[in-house]
Design a protein around this ligand. Structure first.
Ligand code: PLI
Length: 477
């Protein structure tokens, strides 16, 4: 039997026009942006694969939900809809809404972490780690080694290494570990999932020692699909049930609803423990807003409640991850080095393998992201040494094993033709990598430097030199 194609379970009702730019315009734009794709104006971008955060297209039902926003300062009906949705799909008892994920991370870090504590996690995430450090904690990576190897085909590269966790408990004592931060579909590892078996085992180990486990549930729905597809015994379970099962092993979660939940803004902290939830409610009113809106408008909470319900539908999540896989497998077929297996929210180029002539301290991933933009107007993001920042104690640059460029797919936004244009641009760069030179810092802010840093090419004015006689950026130059 021949394999049949599948297509998206929606059709397009409204379009947003994109501005086409020339090669020369893009060269100028990236120079003005200090070779940092975060500093580009979105109007100068053709296909925006910077992030899947807050960039989803909402459904007609979500837009309709905006119209029933109850903008009362206290006790908005939309808060109760959201609370029902979180209880139904994630299973946690107490909901504390926040303006986005980092608001929830801030609250959790402040109520749980004491000076000198160690907070383990399955690889770091930028904002999560910074909030832990600002609360007096130190982050410790307990992910399996395979997660740091872009070529490893391990199906669950997000898994926690139980031995690393045991050794940490022995080394510092359980009383110095306020919680384990367990990320589903680990972003910095390439959108790699955890298995249910590992989630169960790591939660049992932590609970045995009185350590809480808080999920970073930002991409837990994508993780649930991978469990369904890859783990024995889950093929016949629904994504909805798998998500509930993941959460049932843990004590609460932080959530950036700007990803899985298909909204442009919003987040929450969810906690089973009433006393801890009370502490969080005391803080949310200081930093975010009243405990029934936490920085969101009533209409935003309604859109999120509806988006959560849509996010667990098999047809949706299958098409979402399927589009990422389409992009990834086409690049693999062309021999482009990418993180394997293809993750849930994006394709991650291995910049060290792509640009072997650019040394680590000339930030190959930053340079490759800039060059891709110049070539075709596709915006991607560095996820390597620039994102990792400096060691808070020594002040030295951290050089993580992974030096990646992330091509992140917004949900329900781009077509297969957009993917094909992206693939052609990357393949053309890969055919002549020597055209791309490294970068050096021109300005480096203190925190989360990847957002605002500025760079200069080490080799003259250009990050991407046209090969002699060849017209690069043929798409719209
Ligand atoms: O951007 P926020 O504040 O809503 O969420 C922070 C955040 C927490 N955890 C994880 C795993 C994230 O991926 C995350 C945000 N990610 C962004 C912005 C991204 O581009 O991946």
């Amino acid at each position: 039997m021949t394999t049949r194609s599948w297509a998206e379970p929606y059709k397009i009702k409204m379009v947003e026009h994109l501005r086409m730019t020339t090669f020369a315009e893009r060269e100028r734009a990236i120079a003005e942006a200090g070779y940092n794709t975060f500093l580009l104006r979105s109007e100068d971008v053709y296909i925006d694969l910077l992030t899947d955060s807050g960039t989803a297209a909402m459904s007609d039902r979500q837009w309709a939900g905006l119209m029933v926003g109850d903008e009362a300062y206290a006790g908005s009906r939309n808060f109760y809809h959201l609370e029902d949705a979180v209880r139904r799909y994630y299973g946690y008892k107490n909901l504390i809404p926040t303006h986005q994920g980092r608001g929830a991370e801030h609250l959790l870090s402040q109520i749980c972490i004491k000076d000198g504590d160690v907070v383990p996690g399955n690889m770091y995430f930028t904002t999560t780690k910074l909030h832990q450090e600002l609360a007096g904690g130190r982050f410790r990576d307990v992910i399996i080694d395979e997660a740091h190897d872009p070529a490893s085909e391990h199906p669950f590269k997000g898994n926690v290494d139980l031995d690393k966790m045991r050794r940490l408990i022995e080394e510092v004592g359980a009383e110095r570990i306020p919680y384990l931060s367990l990320e589903t579909n680990v972003n910095m590892a390439g959108g790699q999932p955890c298995s249910m078996e590992n989630i169960k085992a790591v939660c049992a180990l932590c609970h045995e020692h009185g350590i809480n486990v808080f999920l970073d549930a930002t991409r837990a729905v994508e993780n649930s699909l991978f469990i369904k597809e890859r783990e024995d015994g889950y093929a016949d379970k629904t994504v909805e049930n798998i998500l509930l099962e993941i959460c049932s092993h843990t004590d609460g979660c932080t959530m950036s609803a700007k990803k899985d939940s298909l909204v442009n803004i919003g987040g929450f902290l969810a906690l089973n423990d009433d006393a801890l939830a009370e502490k969080a409610r005391n803080l949310v009113v200081i930093y975010e807003g009243l405990q029934t809106y936490g920085g969101m408008a009533g209409r935003d909470m309604e859109a999120m409640a509806i988006g959560i319900g849509e996010s667990v539908q098999f047809e949706h999540i299958h098409a979402r991850v399927g589009q990422v896989e389409y992009l990834g497998h086409k690049l693999i077929d062309a021999g482009v080095p990418v993180v394997r297996p293809i993750g849930g929210h994006g394709v991650f180029l291995d910049a060290q393998a792509f640009l072997p002539h650019v040394p680590r301290d000339q930030y190959p991933a930053q340079a490759l992201a800039a060059a891709l933009y110049v070539d075709s107007g596709v915006r991607s993001m560095e996820r390597g040494a620039v994102s990792a920042g400096r060691d808070p104690v020594t002040g030295e640059n951290i050089f993580p094993k992974l030096e990646l460029v992330r091509l992140t797919l917004p949900r329900r936004v781009y077509t297969q033709a957009h993917m094909d244009v992206t693939i052609e641009s990357i393949v053309s760069l890969f055919e002549h990598p020597e055209r791309i030179c490294g970068l050096r810092f021109d300005y480096e802010p203190e925190h989360l430097r990847f957002f605002q840093s500025r760079f200069k090419p080490v080799d003259g004015d250009l990050v991407l030199r046209a090969a002699k006689g060849e017209k690069v950026g043929a798409l719209h130059s």
